[in-house]
Design a protein around this ligand. Structure first.
Ligand code: FPP
Ligand code: MG
Length: 298
């Protein structure tokens, strides 16, 4: 039924009656459509549900277009990013168009759904700003990191699950907790893969987060685990272009101190909680989605 969501997005784009926008949108890789999947699995396939899924995917696509400009990222999903192909101005404006059309359509769903989704976009934007500000210094505060990834990534998944529960007349709070845990774990795994995967598998340069100044959970734990001299060395490498030797040093220190496993376990606890909530409601597909998240290696 994801194809119904694709068709709805295409219809929303066609409404704009602009050939350039249609061709730019068509050039974007579609991604996993995880948020749409969540909504459909929770709420079925009514028109309002399909529209909500399409809106959320447009907002998500917009946020990635902006994020790649903000992060100076020239690849997205193993392909040149839109900013790399057509420049920042085009990427920002296509993002604005997708996101404002999404908001326009949100008015046709219900005030409660509109509120939950638009609140998440406020959180998303606050989270992205926090991510940018935090990367100016070596952040060692885990609570701040967790708040930032909740806002940047989990808030939209939480809202997807909550909006879908509202549309389906299900228990909103339980589904929102499921979406929040899934989102936080998703970002934790994303941050881990930046360290453990090679550039080819990732579809973007490896250790890019640290080069950009982002001290994700494994870096926070590594800093705690290292002795004085190594702490200094790690800090001195923050937000710099790294040589192969420096990359190897960081990766081997991460493995030696067990911080990769420690971070992974933390994501796993959140996923287990999400699975328990869904198992209790007979939502086996939602449990499997959560399981797949923790098992993904790309
Ligand atoms: C990816 O993070 C970025 C996000 C999940 C959120 C981005 C949000 C904004 C740019 C706010 C603006 C929102 C709208 C709707 C226009 P990442 O850089 O850690 O992940 P990546 O590896 O996928 O780039
Ligand atoms: Mg990014």
């Amino acid at each position: 039924m994801l194809s119904a969501v694709e068709r709805k997005i295409e219809q929303f784009i066609a409404d704009l009656n602009d050939k350039e926008v249609a061709s730019l949108y068509a050039s974007l890789p579609q991604g996993k459509r995880l948020r749409a999947k969540l909504i459909l699995k929770i709420a079925g396939h009514s028109l309002a549900v399909v529209k909500t899924a399409a809106i959320v995917e447009m907002i998500h696509a917009a946020s990635l277009l902006h994020d790649d400009v903000i992060d100076d990222a020239y690849t997205r999903r193993s392909r040149p990013s839109l900013n790399a192909l057509y420049g920042n101005k085009t990427a920002i404006m296509l993002g604005d168009i997708l996101y404002s059309k999404g908001f326009l359509e949100l008015n046709n769903i219900s005030p409660d759904v509109a509120k939950i989704v638009s609140n998440a976009v406020v959180q998303l934007s606050l989270g992205e700003l926090k991510d940018v500000s935090l990367s100016k210094t070596f952040n060692t505060d885990k609570a701040i990191y967790l708040e930032m990834i909740y806002q940047k990534t989990a808030s939209l998944m939480e809202a997807c699950a909550g909006a879908a529960a509202l549309l389906a007349g299900k228990d909103k709070n339980a589904y929102m907790t499921y979406g929040r845990n899934l989102g936080i774990a998703f970002q934790m795994i994303d941050d881990l893969l930046d360290i453990t995967m090679d550039a080819e598998t990732l579809g973007k340069p490896a250790l890019h987060d640290f080069v950009e100044g982002k001290t994700t959970l494994p870096y926070i734990y590594l800093y705690e685990a290292l002795n004085g001299d190594d702490k200094k060395r790690l800090k001195s490498l923050h937000a710099k272009v790294l040589s192969e030797d420096e990359k190897t040093w960081i990766k081997s220190m991460m493995h030696n101190t067990g911080v990769i496993q420690k971070s992974y376990n933390e994501a796993k606890v959140l996923i287990e909680e999400a699975i328990a909530l869904m198992d209790a409601r007979g939502e086996s597909v939602l449990s499997s989605i959560a399981m797949a998240m923790i098992e993904r290696d790309f």
